[in-house]
Design a protein around this ligand. Structure first.
Ligand code: HDE
Length: 666
């Protein structure tokens, strides 16, 4: 990892436990003489209750699992650091955003939403992107997603939405996906979900990995500077390794070939030193611009088009260290939208307001009480002092007689801190109104931005989205649900509704009800992002005897370009001796790699190699074929003159082949 004064890692270091050269003890410190056999009355007799070591070991094991997160159960995280590019004190007083010389430790957890802890990584779903900044003024959590909008507008609907999305209660199916009746019934009956569903059905719903995802804070937050001036802000994470997605067929194959595909990618990139990076971006408007738009800025189902309100890139985050223990760190980390620091504040977005309750509440059952802030991964680096006491799993030994404010016995310590000296003070927004249970009229356009999103995509991306809808709605059993879902699509886009109606076997709605929207925000397409070669992968398919020198030449080119690679042969043994290869046609899968190179000694190509390469070709990936191998591909589906297929014996042909990462026109 990079050199930095990382206070959080130093803090975690103190908690680490290493068992090397240690005697096994009980949890109460008594050395254990025997750990293979329990204490019995005679060789073959009953086990004795007095075997305290056995009882303790078993009791602890019996309680090893904790409740998984009610949503976002499946996830993976890493440590890193954040640095702001320049002093942002014009907009915010937050210490970590105003000191470019400071490095702020961070912990990020990525996740899927629907599936349980053991579900596959590559399901179609929105991804969570939660960041904890351990700032010198306390923890700031940016608990975002990889889509900029959410499925509902008011937090009171969250349990309903999640019940519809999660596996159906009568049979607990499906695991990890939204292709089922209750989800599409929710979509049809709750039109506020339309825009977010369009994002989920697009390529954004099947990201290629965590490194190449965007992140969004979704809600409108506030920045507040020292003078008390406030700006509305939307937070963004822009990936510096580009934005890429899987192909749906590939994602489905990966469910079986490698359920851990995304976590493995993140873990291995960090181990290798290819550290994932993102820039933090702000879209900002002043309070007097609040009503300047044709959407309500408090509505979390709306984006702020980047062509109207550009994203200012303010700093960089680098993930550079894997965790030591997934349970202790990734599983026990507790994010909360309410963890803010001076200079960052909330708005009246009704979804955000509800989240402010939910995130600490849920930890009470998940982490077993209100002291979860004392778990090492959750501890701020800035210290904790207050009069909160006791409760389950209290780790601190508080000294002294008093635990109340105000007190005279202890000089009224601990003391409060005025705003000028860093005490958090809420922004003094003027609020008035009647107590009502009703949705603001300004939240009621559900379709324009869904249309905007569709229009902004390239033709290939629009086709993927149409096929995504067809697959998911097609999986529903209820004809009523399918018809209602297509009727909703008809309100956004007539052509899409017609296409999906035909695919899923329901009627095309009689009238064209599509919303008119000529706006376009071309930032939304995946192709807008620069994508470096770094971190992409190549499978070199070996057919017959290829000399070690040739393979070493390929390896050198790949390493120089920071590409990951594997030589894939029939038997690992044949290759490992020469160039250190471990993959065989039975262990590797085309879906795990971004490209293939086909090498041959002139004898017939292996059937497994042809299958492997054809799947890569089908998934529109770059293909390089050696001159000899090209003569042997006559009967395969690979067309040598197709875009992205290069016939060459030069190892660096792969760099040209990666001119595009997918050849959609193939
Ligand atoms: Fe969450 N969400 N959420 N959510 N959410 C949780 O907190 C909730 C929402 C998000 O890696 C839970 O610790 C409500 C939007 C992420 O640990 C829970 C509402 C966005 C994660 C919860 C929302 C998110 C969560 C479950 C509507 C994107 C995983 C376990 C008002 C901006 C964080 C937990 C991690 C997790 C509640 C909506 C993102 C139950 C009530 C919008 C990334 O507290």
């Amino acid at each position: 990892m990079t050199e930095s004064n990382n206070k959080k890692l130093e803090q975690l270091e103190e908690q680490k436990k290493n068992n090397d050269n240690q005697a096994i003890t009980t949890n109460h410190g008594v050395k254990v003489s025997e750990d293979e056999n329990s204490l019995t009355a005679g060789d073959r007799g009953p086990t004795l209750l007095e075997d305290f070591h056995f009882r303790e070991k078993m009791m602890h094991f019996d309680h090893e699992r904790i409740p998984e997160r009610v949503v976002h159960a499946r996830g993976f995280g890493a440590h890193g650091e954040f640095k702001v590019y320049e002093d942002m004190s014009e907009y915010t007083q937050a210490d970590f955003l105003t000191h470019p010389e400071k490095t702020t430790p961070v912990f990020v957890r990525f996740s899927t939403v629907q599936g349980s802890k053991g579900s596959p990584d590559t399901v179609r779903d929105i991804r969570g992107f939660a960041t904890k900044f351990y700032t010198d003024e306390g923890n700031f959590d940016l608990v975002g997603n990889n889509a900029p909008v959410f499925f509902i507008q008011d937090a009171i609907k969250f349990p309903d939405f999640v019940h519809a999305l999660k596996p159906e209660p009568h049979n607990e199916m499906p695991q990890g996906g939204s292709a089922h009746d209750t989800f599409w019934d929710f979509f049809a009956q709750n039109p506020e979900s339309t825009h977010a569903v369009f994002w989920a059905m697009s390529d954004r719903g099947i990201p290629k990995n965590y490194r190449q995802m965007e992140g969004f804070g979704v809600h409108t937050f506030r920045l507040v500077n020292k003078e008390g001036q406030s700006y509305f802000v939307k937070f963004h994470w822009k990936p510096l390794h580009g934005l890429e997605s899987l192909v749906w067929d590939e994602a489905q194959i990966l469910h079986g070939k490698d359920v851990d595909f995304h976590r493995k990618d993140l873990y291995e990139s960090i181990e290798k030193g290819d550290y994932p990076e993102w820039e933090l971006g702000f879209q900002m408007i002043t309070p007097d611009q609040e009503f300047d738009f044709d959407f309500d800025i408090l509505d979390p189902t709306k984006i702020w088009p980047e062509d109207q309100i550009p994203v200012k890139r303010v700093g960089k985050m680098t993930l550079n260290r894997n965790v030591d223990n997934v349970f202790a760190e990734t599983e026990q980390v507790a994010f909360h939208t309410g963890h803010v620091v001076p200079g960052i504040d909330f708005t009246n977005d009704p979804l955000l307001q509800g989240r402010l309750f939910s995130y600490t509440d849920t930890q009470i059952s998940r982490l077993g009480g209100p002291n979860f802030n004392q778990i090492p991964i959750n501890r701020p680096v800035s210290g904790v002092h207050n009069n909160q006491r006791d409760a389950m799993h209290q780790m601190s030994i508080h000294q002294g007689q008093t635990s109340y404010h105000k007190n005279g016995l202890n000089n009224n310590e601990p003391h409060t801190t005025p705003k000028e000296e860093g005490g958090y003070e809420h922004y003094q927004e003027k609020v008035e109104g009647h107590k009502v249970r009703q949705r603001s009229e300004s939240f009621k356009d559900y379709y324009s931005q869904a249309k905007l999103y569709k229009n902004s995509l390239t033709e290939a991306e629009q086709q993927h989205m149409a096929d995504g809808f067809s697959f998911e709605i097609g999986k529903c059993k209820s004809v009523m649900v399918k018809q209602n879902a297509v009727n909703q699509l008809n309100k956004v886009d007539r052509q899409l509704a017609e296409y999906v109606a035909q695919n899923v076997g329901v009627d095309v709605p009689e009238n064209n009800e599509e919303v008119q929207s000529d706006a376009s925000d071309s930032q939304l397409t995946l192709e807008k992002f620069d994508i470096p070669l770094l971190g992409h992968s190549v499978a070199v398919l070996i057919n017959g005897d290829i000399d070690a020198k040739t393979l070493k030449d390929y390896a050198e080119v790949f390493s120089n370009n920071r590409l990951n690679f594997a030589f894939v042969g029939q038997h690992a043994k044949d290759l490992t001796e020469e160039v250190g290869i471990t993959e065989t046609y039975s262990t590797a899968s085309s879906t795990i790699f971004d490209s293939v190179v086909i090498l041959s000694d002139g004898n017939e190509l292996l059937e497994e190699a042809i299958d492997f390469a054809e799947l890569s070709y089908k998934h529109k990936k770059p293909v390089v074929v050696s001159e000899v191998a090209s003569k042997l591909l006559n009967h395969s589906k690979i067309q040598l003159d197709a875009p992205g297929v290069i016939v060459s014996d030069k190892p660096d042909a792969i760099v040209d082949a990666f001119e595009r990462f997918r050849y959609w026109s193939r």
